[in-house]
Design a protein around this ligand. Structure first.
Ligand code: ZN
Ligand code: ZN
Length: 361
């Protein structure tokens, strides 16, 4: 299969034509990996109409040479990356260069401006938009990451019982994720028991799980650099109460409805509204305080957002999470999250979509 990197660089170059700058500095490991395949953590990439230059440091010299053959020129800079970028800009005779205003700090900008007079243009990074539509290789990596996550959860169920702490469950899950092939955790797993499940982003604690608790587990795997992001909510050590069952079913139906209706061309806002209205109709609208979902790929949160704040249409080929939740302070919460590929005809599930209420008794 031909390397996708030159084609991706060409797409970014095509955008340069309509920019006021002659060239662009691409920042952020995920953006640089997308354009070149470089997997190091230290780098800045300069892209001009005719050149692609990665500036990295000594630690990554050999790795960059192996990963970037035929894809980018490499400059190894021993002082700091900005010195290398300034030197490349001077060598190429560039006078007007854009940088990603969302990724650079004020100190980074000061570094850039220390060199020969160059007009540095603060611009919104364009690579994030290029990354929205996934190619088949990216989709299969996300699907594989979802599969690893599902298997790891299955292997971790033995650790979920009354008396075990949230940290016990997180540790088992983290171990199984790595054992089953996740390169690293795309984010620290969330494991929240009982009333703590009402905290959407709870960190695992040494709180023991009590019989009858909800247990919310939000986690993902990473395969070939691509992430999955899945949430399941269980009832532990007892049958669900009527109220637990009711809240669970409201969230589950909202998620099913959103997965059933989302398709390319629908706006992020409209997708969010499908789940939001379903939950509001059941009188639980106040408990759904976050947006419906987000893009996933090389990063666990990327464009597009499924949110009231995104009036733009969803592109065919985007991969997003669908994760409605209801959180009732002092009582508990339910979130159910799956990963889908958005197509013209509708959504294709990439995660297992196993959302029946599971009572781990
Ligand atoms: Zn998640
Ligand atoms: Zn998520």
């Amino acid at each position: 299969m031909p390397s996708p990197y030159l084609e991706r660089q060409a797409r970014l170059r095509a955008r340069l034509g309509s920019e006021p700058a002659q060239a662009v500095v691409v920042s952020g490991p995920a953006n640089i990996r997308y354009l070149t395949g470089f997997t190091g953590s230290s780098g800045q990439l300069l892209l001009t109409p005719s050149a692609t230059v990665l500036v990295t440091d000594f630690r990554y010299a050999a790795q960059a040479a192996a990963e970037l053959a035929g894809v980018a020129e490499i400059r190894v800079e021993r002082t700091n990356l900005w010195v290398g970028i300034r030197a490349a800009v001077a060598d190429l005779g560039l006078t007007r260069v854009a940088f990603d205003k969302e990724r650079l700090s004020v100190a980074d900008r000061e570094q850039l401006e220390q060199g020969a007079p160059t007009d540095w243009v603060a611009a919104k990074g364009a690579v994030g938009e290029l990354r929205i539509v996934k190619d088949p290789g990216e989709v299969s990596a996300i699907r594989a990451a979802a599969q690893v996550a599902a298997e790891a959860l299955k292997a971790s169920l033995v650790a979920i019982r009354p008396g075990a702490t949230e940290i016990d469950v997180a540790a088992k899950l983290e171990f199984e994720l790595r054992r089953l092939g996740s390169q690293w955790h795309p984010f620290q797993p969330i494991v929240a028991a009982g009333a703590r499940s009402a905290l959407p982003h709870a960190r695992p604690t040494d709180r023991p799980i009590a019989a009858g608790d909800f247990l919310l587990v939000d986690f993902g795997a990473s395969v070939a650099g691509y992430c999955s992001d899945i949430t399941r909510t269980f009832v532990v050590g007892a049958k669900a109460t009527g109220r637990q069952r009711q809240v669970y079913q409201v969230v589950r139906q909202a998620q099913a409805r959103a997965i059933g209706q989302i398709r390319a061309g629908m706006t992020g806002k409209a997708a969010d509204s499908v789940a939001r209205e379903a939950i509001a109709r059941e009188g639980l609208g106040e408990g759904f305080g976050h947006s419906l979902g987000h893009g996933i790929g090389l990063e666990v949160h990327e464009a597009p957002r499924l949110s009231q704040l995104n009036p733009g249409p969803l592109a065919a080929g985007a991969v997003v999470t669908i994760e409605p939740g209801v959180y009732l302070e002092g009582w508990g919460g339910v979130r159910i999250e799956d990963d889908v590929l958005v197509l013209e005809a509708g959504a294709e599930l990439l995660s297992d979509g196993q959302t029946d209420l599971i009572e781990l008794t």
